[in-house]
Design a protein around this ligand. Structure first.
Ligand code: ZN
Length: 614
């Protein structure tokens, strides 16, 4: 009937109607070269319609083709073309209800597109069910962000690590872990092909309930119910094997809690997972990077390091306005990422569990002026990155992950027209503000701790910003000025924390110290950023002194909505003291001469400004 590609990216379905005597256990696969391919024949069969093929652009498997090989006798031939050196033992054939499934261990099928992991309106998802009919995955359907894929060699190693955390197959291995409760079955003859996800097991693993299956899972919003208290998560277009339905599993088989989990077929095409617990609000779903399993776990018991050991960094962010009411954000990572989505009425939280660092100013630049401007990121010890943004009650959220696990796409669609933003909430004017403390300065050394800022040739932005800031502080103090610093050690400090600290210190001005970087290696020079008009003069004065003291390019002052200079009440500027990405300037930036000249110039600028504003 057809050849179809499930968006799990690891299953290809050959849908067959009628009686086929094809037996996977005795199927004869023939391997040929030029191009590298294997084929197998389905005897006594007729292909309905034209020959069909699936093309994979960036995977080891290049193509799967279905064609009528002969008509007397009737033989349909399936040809799988792959890269030189591809291990064909990775290809598995399954026979389900007479249909054939070609399964390949990832990353055999890789394509640049996204699995929808979380969907508040699944009816709108074009992949919401596997339907008969051949489907060639077209580039245009893939929503490909520019160059997020490719280069990384260790993707598959990290994917393996993530698979292990979510895989039920490790249950049978001697990995030293014990699995106290297991309810599972083998892939049975029960599989319904008109579902997108087939649950064939649930287990207690890593302190939570692991739901695993075949196909591609999409979940809806988690909700809670009372008497008894329970947390519920529905999976649309999902079929639960009859043998595991409604069997109860204790979340804490060795004591420690009385939580009990159960999976049922709530509707003919909808699975429901229910955990009866005293603390339903504590449960969060964690999605595996291949969209084939989910761990439902009490957040208090979560330790990402026991889940996956791999570390990812946020590489790039892209935003796009899809329609007047719909916007998307794509975050790309250096390696595959494990995530969780928690949606409340007025905010959305995205946990990126194995993410350890990101370039804050870059991200802020990307979010500025977009629908994602309220997004803040913070690094939580032994958890990872928590990204939060304000949303509206009626917003519809969809989250998808690229099949290589290295990008997450968040789509926010508003049902209602957006109103112009309130200028100021009434609570802002309740308390009269204390006047700023004269001749007091807050210096903000950019980045720190796990946030390295720009990194080039082993030189970290966070170290230079600290060195410069300390020099500025000591010059100012020696001349009798009061100085406070947002950090004095190599520690991570969040952007809002830097603003809160500044507000508490109540200085006359705020100066953030950074080092610039660009993808291109040519740009060099110094620039000073301000955002609010009253900060412009401070930016001009500091930039003037920098250019006077240092022989480099004057890139001028720029109005930029960086978080720290946008959320600070007093005059606030952000100095980019040179480009780490330019080899000549990088060499100079770490010299004693340049560092002292930069610090001296910033201090002179600050003093000139403060003298003019006594
Ligand atoms: Zn920076």
């Amino acid at each position: 009937m057809s050849l179809s590609y499930d968006d799990s990216a690891s299953l290809v379905f050959i849908n067959i109607e009628g009686q086929s005597d094809f037996d996977v256990s005795s199927a004869k696969c023939v391997r040929l070269n030029n191009p590298n391919r294997i084929y197998f024949d389905i005897n006594n069969s007729v292909l309905i319609g034209a020959k069909q093929q699936l093309v994979f652009e960036k995977s080891n498997i290049k193509e799967i083709r279905l064609a009528q090989f002969s008509t007397e006798p009737n033989v349909v031939r399936v040809v799988v073309t792959f890269d030189e050196g591809f291990d064909t033992s990775k290809i598995k054939l399954l026979n389900v209800n007479g249909n054939i499934i070609i399964k390949a261990d990832s990353p055999a099928f890789i394509n640049d597109y996204f699995n929808v992991i979380y969907d508040e309106n699944p009816a709108l998802n074009p992949y919401s069910s596997i339907v008969a009919g051949s489907q060639v995955i077209q580039k245009t359907q893939m929503n490909t962000p520019q160059n997020f894929s490719s280069q990384n060699k260790n993707t598959s190693a990290v994917m393996n690590d993530i698979y292990k955390a979510f895989s039920s197959s490790t249950l049978n291995t001697n990995d030293g872990k014990t699995y106290d409760s297991v309810i599972s079955i083998d892939l049975s003859s029960d599989l319904k092909l008109r579902t997108k996800y087939f649950i064939n097991g649930y287990y207690i693993k890593n302190g939570g309930l692991l739901v695993s299956g075949l196909g591609q899972m999409t979940s809806t919003k988690v909700f809670t119910l009372d008497s008894p208290k329970r947390v519920v998560i529905d999976l649309p277009n999902t079929y639960v094997d009859k043998k595991i339905r409604n069997k109860e599993l204790s979340i804490c088989p060795n004591g420690g809690c009385t939580d009990v989990a159960k999976i049922g077929q709530f509707e003919y095409n909808r699975a429901r997972i229910v955990v009866t617990t005293d603390k339903p609000e504590k449960y969060i779903p964690i999605y595996s990077a291949d969209a084939q399993s989910m761990l439902l776990i009490n957040a208090d018991k979560l330790n990402h390091t026991t889940l996956v050991s791999s570390v990812a960094n946020i590489q790039k962010a892209y935003t796009k306005k899809l329609t007047t009411k719909s916007n998307e954000l794509i975050l790309s990572f250096t390696t595959p990422v494990v995530h969780s989505i928690i949606r409340n009425d007025d905010y959305l939280t995205l946990y990126l569990f194995n993410v350890k660092s990101y370039n804050e100013p870059d991200l802020i630049k990307t979010f500025n002026g977009t629908a994602f401007k309220s997004m803040t990121l913070s690094l939580l010890p032994s958890i990872g990155v928590k990204a939060e943004m304000k949303i509206k009650k009626d917003d519809v959220i969809q989250v998808a992950q690229s099949v290589d696990g290295r990008a997450i796409r968040l789509t926010v669609s508003s049902v209602k027209e957006t109103k112009p933003e309130d200028k100021k909430s009434s609570s802002d004017v309740v308390e009269p503000k204390k006047p700023p403390i004269k001749n007091k300065v807050v210096i903000d050394p950019g980045h720190g701790g796990t946030d390295y800022g720009a990194i080039r040739e082993g030189i970290n932005e966070k170290d230079i910003t600290m060195d410069l800031s300390q020099r500025v502080a000591s010059i100012l103090k020696s001349k009798g000025y009061k100085v406070a610093m947002t950090r004095t050690e190599d520690v991570y400090v969040g952007l809002q924390d830097r603003c809160d600290y500044t507000e508490a210190e109540n200085p006359q001005i705020f100066v953030s110290v950074h080092v610039n970087s660009a993808v291109a290696t040519e740009p060099y020079g110094i620039e000073t950023h301000y955002y609010h008009e009253p900060s412009k003069e401070l930016a001009e004065v500091i930039q003037k002194h920098l250019i006077k003291n240092i022989n480099t390019k004057d890139r001028g002052i720029l109005k930029s909505k960086f978080y720290v200079i946008n959320h600070t009440e007093v005059p606030a500027v952000l100095v980019e003291t040179g480009f780490l990405s330019n080899s000549d300037e990088r060499a100079e930036l770490i010299t004693e001469k340049r560092k002292q000249a930069t610090a001296k110039a910033i201090a002179e600028g600050i003093i000139e400004y403060l003298k003019a504003h006594k």
